[in-house]
Design a protein around this ligand. Structure first.
Ligand SMILES: [Cu+2]
Length: 173
């Protein structure tokens, strides 16, 4: 019986050594970039989180819709809240509610929560991403800077109708 030849036992060739060094330096670079970009990248949405009973949250959203509803699109209420206030969105399998109509240049406190399982709030094409968890109220301060219609998709797989979980955000002058 013959043991396999232990080629790996030999010292590294020049080429191999260079690649090991390049890979190691890249690892250090990317590791350092994580905390650096967290501080400097200006990509973190200011978010405060509170515990909330899903039933209570649903009631708050229903009251919010009843107070400021202006329209309906495919059965989903369209809500135009007073500029600069608290605004609410609810995620559930497989629907977002309501559709928000916001004013450009105003700062809102956007509340996000789910009544069933984990969903993901992804605002396109700006690529703002937030977790939507049942039992937690995520409050993000947002200021729309451009007039238009933005798509909101769910980016956490949430079951058979996940791909249908699409809505929009309307920003007006
Ligand atoms: Cu979802």
């Amino acid at each position: 019986m013959l043991a396999p030849q232990r080629v790996w036992w030999q010292p590294l060739s020049r080429m191999e050594r260079s690649w090991v060094i390049v890979a190691f330096v890249l690892c250090l670079f990317f590791t350092a970039m994580m905390p650096f970009w967290f501080v400097v990248g200006r990509q973190n949405v200011p978010v405060t989180t509170y515990r909330v009973d899903p039933k209570v949250y649903e009631q708050v959203v229903n009251d919010f819709i009843a107070e400021y509803k202006v329209d309906e699109i495919n059965g989903i209420p369209v809500v135009e809240p007073p500029p600069g206030g608290e605004i609410y969105m609810l995620a559930r399998q497989w629907q977002w509610s309501p559709i928000l109509k916001l004013k450009k240049g105003e700062t809102y406190k956007l509340h996000l929560s789910s009544t069933d399982i984990l969903h993901g709030f992804s605002l396109q094409p700006t690529n703002m991403n937030l977790m939507v968890m049942p039992g937690y109220d995520y409050v993000a301060e947002i200021t729309p800077t451009q007039v238009g219609e933005y798509a909101i998709v769910c980016n956490e797989y949430c079951g058979i109708g996940h791909h249908l979980m699409v809505t929009k955000l309307i920003v007006t002058d």
